[in-house]
Design a protein. Structure first.
Ligand SMILES: [Zn+2]
Length: 355
């Protein structure tokens, strides 16, 4: 159903029509045509504006509503679903809360009519199936918003855990950088304050490359620590004109351990996507559209292959399906049948048809 957000805040219920005076003395059920002297006790009362011109009663009699209910109960296998379906048909307010009230009350009425009479209680006055749809739509939006909020909270928590004091924090005299105790714990002691800041910067960079909500295991954390260290020392060595090949090789090995080497990406088990799964992804997300009727089988090749190859094969293998049927139909056109001479043409029994 294409609903716009405009509907969200306002009701979708139509307005009431201007009433005329009701002077009828007999009433007919629109379904079974049975005639009744009065509507009360014979037709279910309704809150819907669609039935206001009918005295506020459904145009279908109690018996028919019961029959429909029994039908839906058998078809859907569930009483609540059956009542909801009856409500949908007759623009009656559906709310599981009312259905729950029903379970407690004992009544001689049929379950569906007991439900309908509850919808006519003061509390639910003026409510119709439009209200049900509006409420269900609002609930859906609410649930979606809750999921969204949860995701955002997770993302915020992740960002907070990453972006720790990368900006240097100075002491009171603004001379020395103060390093957070946790940061020293993480990287180990013995670095200059500037080095800690640089290391944290590298770590945050790498963590920001992972999808939201990723938690590294201790082994990965250890490797990442080494990667950050090496990157910085490579930069320092390069600036100082020292050889860096060994460190670069070591860094490559570390990338390999973290599955961060480009060549590895294709092969790891997590990233490996079998061909069929890939196709399924395309088909689920962006399926190839059905061809236009005119272009479906332009040269009849599909028909030919299905009939003369697949159909013939199925027929040979004794499989009865639409293809073997296609083959039989097609071959039937080229088959001459021996004419049958029936001598007993004259004594055809009554009721029999002569072809
Ligand atoms: Zn009826």
């Amino acid at each position: 159903m294409a609903r716009t957000s405009k509907i969200q805040s306002t009701s979708t219920k139509p307005k009431q029509a201007a009433p005329l005076k009701d002077e009828r003395t007999e009433f007919y059920c629109c379904r079974c045509q049975k005639q009744y002297k009065r509507q009360k006790a014979n037709f279910p009362a309704s809150q819907s504006t669609l039935y206001k011109g009918n005295g506020g009663y459904l145009a279908i009699c109690n018996n028919c509503v019961d029959e429909l209910f029994e039908h839906y109960k058998a078809a859907l296998g569930n009483e609540a679903d059956a009542i909801r379906r009856v409500c949908l048909k007759f623009d009656i307010y559906w709310n599981p809360e009312i259905y729950q009230m029903l379970n407690k009350a004992s009544t001689s009425q049929s379950r569906v009519r007991a439900y309908i009479s509850k919808t006519n209680l003061y509390k639910y006055i003026g409510k119709t199936f439009d209200d049900t749809l509006d409420e269900e739509y609002a609930q859906k939006l609410e649930a979606e918003a809750a999921v969204q909020a949860e995701l955002e909270a997770a993302e915020r928590a992740r960002e907070e855990s990453i972006i720790k004091s990368v900006e240097p924090v100075y002491d009171d005299e603004e001379k020395e950088i103060v390093v957070d105790e946790n940061i020293i714990q993480y990287w180990g002691t013995g670095f200059t304050p500037e080095m800690y800041i640089e290391l944290e910067g590298r770590r945050n960079y790498w963590l920001s490359q992972y999808p939201p909500g990723t938690v590294l295991n201790p082994g990965e954390e250890g490797i990442l620590r080494q990667i950050c260290n090496l990157e910085i020392s490579i930069n320092q060595d390069r600036a100082a004109g020292k050889p860096i090949e060994k460190s670069v090789n070591a860094l490559n090995t570390l990338f390999g351990s973290m599955n961060m080497k480009p060549s590895q990406k294709k092969e790891t088990e997590e990233n490996y996507v079998p061909f069929g799964v890939e196709i399924a992804r395309f088909e689920d997300g962006d399926p190839i559209p059905e061809p236009d009727e005119d272009f479906k089988d332009v040269d009849g090749m599909r028909h030919n292959i299905l009939t003369w190859f697949l159909g013939s094969l199925c027929k040979t293998a004794g499989i009865k399906n639409e293809y073997s049927q296609m083959f039989e139909d097609e071959i039937g056109q080229y088959t001459v049948e021996r004419p049958k001479y029936d001598d007993s043409d004259d004594d055809v029994e009554e009721g029999e048809t002569v072809v």
